[in-house]
Design a protein around this ligand. Structure first.
Ligand code: G4P
Length: 543
């Protein structure tokens, strides 16, 4: 690469921010996404994302399931530019049954935004998704939404987040009341007050910004009691709170906190600008040949998601690739270590809901879709001139188990093909009973809704009508015990031994009792709730 190209390459990387939003359903993720896209000029009208959402529901069979269940199954990637930044926003499913999908998406993100409804505080799925986020150790921003409604006090929210999620927050701005009396937010760093003048959903609410030194101006618009309360709160924060630590933030140990009202477009620009400033640019990634820096000139990336039938007219499969280093251009030849073969890449695609556009070039940090003729698996590394492999994306202990039955013996081949492909996509996990007592694979899911998706897709995409017969297991635990130890445990304990699709052994337990009996009686056998420790090259997880 020439020096000039190197500089261009480096500045392209520095501009990129790749992140995801996690939230409990209804906290306002769609609304916030829409406002961010509006600011980035990616859409012109409020309502476009919702409109796309419903158009998508109407046109795709696949999305029909989402509509029926009122859930979001798929993860989409949205790209927009803001000032000098290029943003890749990864959407995550809100339902905890798809937390594995969330984990994989976060494997491709450099930061996450945790969106919380200010009235409801930390909700069950916030907890589950936050735990997943914490496993990745990435920086987490907190955005408290719906300040135009009566909310919990900011101190209560800070306390709840720290108590329930175990992460302290650092308020970057501070609200002056909420609900009917909501007057705006104070930017602590700039020492400026952003006045909330009311509702405006179609265009950005241009807030009147007043310096905190202009008390007379503030007195004209904010009742003195509300202002005094906010000032007292800020005094307390200054004296009792720790200063913001960039180091802790980058390690995911403290979360900068923001307030706003996405629906009224208030506080969003302020948030976005601080977010882009604080969020890290694309980070290096671990591989079996050491760390790969985004500045490296060779192209490399990994697949974190495979999505079938994004467009029902095409019946295609798209693999989402996070670029780790180098430049992606159509025609590039890459090695896929798992397949031990070279592949010529087609034009990278960017997606916006149902629409797709071709790109000339994509850089480290970008997330692009590539056409997948059915060869890729989640976690595959694509590398120019080399055989390195990035750390794999682990599977998590499932809690629901079943075998699938079809009435038609003629459809068996089709069924196995469907299961194989859906397993590659990460829709479900598939285990083989080690003794092969049953010829059917054991299907396993972290959340029950995954099974609904499986049946729906087998019927709609593979034309196989199936039913599920649930199996009486409750826990799965991976193990790296020796064959002899496993054999002894099998004979002495009420346990089934199986292998996952990487051929890693695991135990299946029928209930809590059989699991604790096993732990007491086989203390030397370590049990794992994910398969991260069983592979030489798997993303590490905190134990
Ligand atoms: P989600 O994607 O996280 O599920 O949430 P979504 O954005 O769809 O928002 C859920 C509901 O919360 C929507 O109302 C939305 O308008 C509302 N909402 C989002 N942000 C704010 C906010 O800042 N203030 C207030 N007051 N409401 C907010 P809905 O009635 O379900 O839908 P709609 O008819 O408004 O589209």
């Amino acid at each position: 690469m020439s020096n000039n190209n190197k500089n261009i390459h480096s500045s392209q990387i520095q501009r990129r921010r790749t992140f995801a939003i996690i939230s409990h359903p209804d906290a306002g993720k769609t609304t916030l996404t829409e406002k961010l896209l509006l600011l980035g000029g990616a859409i012109r009208m409020a309502g476009s994302v919702k409109a796309k959402k419903s158009k998508k529901f109407a046109t795709s069979d696949w999305m029909e399931l989402e509509k029926q269940r009122g859930i979001s199954v798929s993860t989409s990637v949205m790209n927009f530019e803001y000032k000098d930044y290029v943003c890749n926003l990864l959407d995550t499913p809100g339902h905890q049954d798809f937390s594995e999908d969330t984990y994989r998406t976060l494997a491709a993100a450099d930061a996450a935004i945790m969106l919380i409804d200010g009235a409801k505080g930390v909700e069950p799925q916030t907890i589950k998704l936050f735990e997943v986020c914490k496993l990745r150790g990435i920086p987490i921003f907190t955005f408290i939404n719906k300040l135009d409604r009566e909310c919990q006090s900011p101190f209560e929210l800070m306390d709840e987040i720290e108590r329930v999620l175990g992460i302290p927050t650092y308020p970057m701005n501070w609200p002056v009341s909420s609900g009917e009396r909501f007057k705006g937010i104070i930017d602590r760093e700039e020492k400026k007050f952003h006045h909330f003048e009311g509702r405006n959903t179609t265009t950005e609410t241009i807030a009147k910004v007043i310096s905190l030194s202009q008390q007379e101006e503030i007195d004209k618009i904010v009742p003195s009691s509300l202002w005094q309360e906010a000032m007292d709160d800020l005094d307390m924060l200054e004296t009792a709170g720790d200063p913001f630590s960039m180091e802790k933030f980058l390690k995911g140990e403290i979360s900068p906190m923001f307030f706003g009202a996405a629906m009224t477009n208030f506080g969003i620009r302020l948030f976005l600008e601080k977010f882009l400033h604080l969020a890290p640019s694309p980070s290096p990634k671990q591989s079996n040949h050491g760390t790969v820096d985004p500045q490296e000139s060779f192209f490399s990336g990994f697949i974190f998601k495979i999505q079938a039938n994004m467009d029902p007219k095409h019946r295609d499969r798209i693999a989402f690739l996070r670029i780790v280093s180098g430049v992606y251009e159509a025609g590039l030849n890459v090695n896929v270590a798992r397949l031990k073969r070279e592949i010529r890449l087609t034009t990278p695609q960017q997606f916006f809901a149902q629409d797709r556009t071709s790109l000339d070039k994509a850089y480290a940090g970008d997330v692009v879709g590539i056409y997948d003729p059915g060869i890729f698996s989640i976690g595959d590394s694509l590398v120019e001139n080399g055989q390195l492999e990035f750390e794999g994306i682990p599977s998590f202990a499932p809690e629901f188990f079943a075998i699938v039955k079809t009435n038609s013996a003629l459809k068996r081949k089709q069924l196995m093909k469907g299961l194989e492909q859906l397993c590659q996509e990460g829709t479900i996990q598939m285990f083989i009973d080690d003794l092969r007592v049953a010829s059917d694979p054991i299907l396993a899911a972290v959340g029950n809704l995954q099974f609904d998706v499986l049946l729906f897709r087998l019927k709609n995409e593979y034309n196989v009508d199936c039913s599920l017969e649930s199996l009486p297991f409750k826990h799965a635990r991976w193990t790296n015990a020796t064959n002899e130890e496993i054999e002894e445990a099998r004979l002495k304990a009420d346990v089934t031994v199986a292998k996952d699709h990487f051929d890693c052994p695991l135990f299946l337990f029928k209930n809590d009792f059989s699991l604790s009996y096993f732990q007491e009686n086989f203390p030397k056998i370590a049990l794992h709730t994910n398969n991260a420790k069983l592979h030489k090259n798997m993303m590490s997880l905190p134990s």
